[in-house]
Design a protein around this ligand. Sequence first.
Ligand SMILES: NC(=O)c1ccc[n+]([C@@H]2O[C@H](COP(=O)([O-])OP(=O)(O)OC[C@H]3O[C@@H](n4cnc5c(N)ncnc54)[C@H](OP(=O)(O)O)[C@@H]3O)[C@@H](O)[C@H]2O)c1
Length: 483
Amino acid sequence: MAEMFIGGEWRRARSGATYPVVNPATEEVVDHAPLGGIEDVEEAVRVAKEAFPSWSKKDFEERGEFLRRGVEILKAHREEIVETLTREQGKPLHEAQGEFDHLLHGLTYYADLATKIRGSYQPLPSRFGPSYGLIIKRPIGVAAAIVPWNFPLTLMGTKIGPALVAGNTVVVKPASTTPLAAIKVVGYLNEAGLPPGVLNIVTGPGRTVGEALVSHPDVRRVAFTGETATGRRILELSVPHFKRVTLELGGSDPVIICPDADLDKAVRGVLIGRFWNAGQACLAAKRVYVFEEVYDTFLEKLLAGVARYEPGEGWVKAERPRIRIGPLHTAKQREEVQAQLQDALAKGGKLLYGGKVPEGRERGFFFLPTVVAEPAHDSRVVREETFGPLLPIWKVKDIDEAIRMANDSIYGLGSSIWTYNVKWIHKAAQEIEAGMTWVNQIHYGYDELPFGGVKQSGYGKEHGIEALDYYFETKSVVVGDLE
Ligand SMILES: NC(=O)c1ccc[n+]([C@@H]2O[C@H](COP(=O)([O-])OP(=O)(O)OC[C@H]3O[C@@H](n4cnc5c(N)ncnc54)[C@H](OP(=O)(O)O)[C@@H]3O)[C@@H](O)[C@H]2O)c1
C-alpha cells in the first residue's frame, strides 16, 4: 500500500482509511492509497510552515543543488515510476517516458534558475536627503500544489520546481485517481536530503483534502491545474484570505490549416496534438479549421493517420505502423466524450471515423479515435472542452472566418496555425485569443516559455522565468541617510 509523505516520514491517513487506485486499461486495482482527511492536511501544513523559516533562508545555490540531486535520484528510478504512471493513468509507456523526461527537464530548468533570481535598484529623488530604492523578492510561505490526473508528474513538477528554488515549502495534492507515481517522485526528491517538511504529499478527495488545503490560513500560495469549474471554486475559497493563486484550466484549442501549409506536417501535428494521452490534454488540438482549397486532401491524409491508432494496454507495444493509444482515464470520462459526440451528430455533424468502443475492448475505458465533420458551431464540442480522442473539423473560406471561429469559445489556452504566409502568421499571433499560438508546430508546453490561458482557461502563468514571480512577494526598500 502506498503512503503519504509528511514531515520527512511515510504516513498512513490518520483515520487509517484507504481507497483503491484502478488501472483504466483493465479495471483492476493497481494499489491502495491513503484516504487522507482534514487532519492530515492540518499536519502537512503545520510541518511545512515549521520548515519554512530555515528553508527560505538557505542559500539559493544550495536549494538548486537539492533539486539537481533529486533529479539524479529520479533518473535511477525511471522504469519503476514510468511503469506506475502507465498502470494508474492509462497512457502508453512511450508517453509515460516522455512525461517523466519532461518532468526532469522542468526540474533541472528551475534548478538552473535558482542562482539567476534578481531584484532591482531604483534611484530616488532626494526629497528627504539622498536615498535609493531596492525591490527585493521574498518567498511567500507554504504553497499548495493541486494537480490533475492527465499529466500527474509534469504538472506537479511545474509547481514544485519554482516553489522550492524560490524558498517556499510545498504540500502536494495529487488527483485521487493518480496518486502513486506522484508519491514515488515526492519520496525520491526527499531522498536528496530535503529538510523534513519542505516537500510533502497528502492524498484524498479534492472536495475534502483539496478544499481544506486551499482554505487553510497558513497556506499562502495556491497553484492549481484542473477543470475550469474547480478553478472557480478554488478562487472562491482563496479570495477571503487574499491568497496568491494561479489557475491552469481547461481549453478548446483551435488549429487553422491554410492552403499553403505543409499538409503532411500539419496532419502529424494534429494527430499528435489531438490523440496524445488519448486526447486528455489541456492544450490538445480540439477544433480544426481547414481552408476549403485543401480540405479534401487534408482529410484524406488525416483519416489515413487516424486509422493507424490501435487502442490497447499501455505496457504492450503496438506493431509498426500501428500506434498505441491508451484508454480514457475513467468510465465517466468516456461517457462524457460519447455524449459530446452524440450531440455533435444530432447537430449536423458527420461521423468520419471511430465513434465507438473498439471491438474486444469491453473491459477498460477504451474508445476509438473519432473524427466528426461540420457539427453546428453551437454544439457541445465547441461550447465545452472535449477531453478525449474526439476531433471535430470544419471547412473555412478565408483567414478572417478561421480566426472568428477559432475565437468563438469561452476558452483561450492554446492555438495553432499551419502556414508560411507571414501576414497570416502575424494576424494569428495578434488576433487569436489564447495564451499561446504555435506556428507550424505541435501543441506542447515548453518549460522555457510562460504558459497559461486567457478567458476561462487560466489565471496567471506557469513555466519560464515568469513562473517564479508567483512564488515571491516583492518588497520595496528605501535606503536613506547616505551622507
Ligand atoms: N491549463 C493547463 O495547464 C492544464 C493542464 C492540464 C490539465 N488541465 C485541465 O485539467 C482538467 C482535467 O483534470 P481533472 O479532471 O483532474 O481536473 P479537476 O477535477 O478539476 O481536478 C484537479 C485537481 O483538483 C482537485 N479538486 C477537485 N475538486 C476540488 C476542490 N473543490 N477543491 C480543491 N481541489 C479540488 C482534484 O482532486 P480529486 O482528483 O480528488 O477530485 C485534483 O487533484 C481538464 O479540464 C484540463 O484541461 C489544464
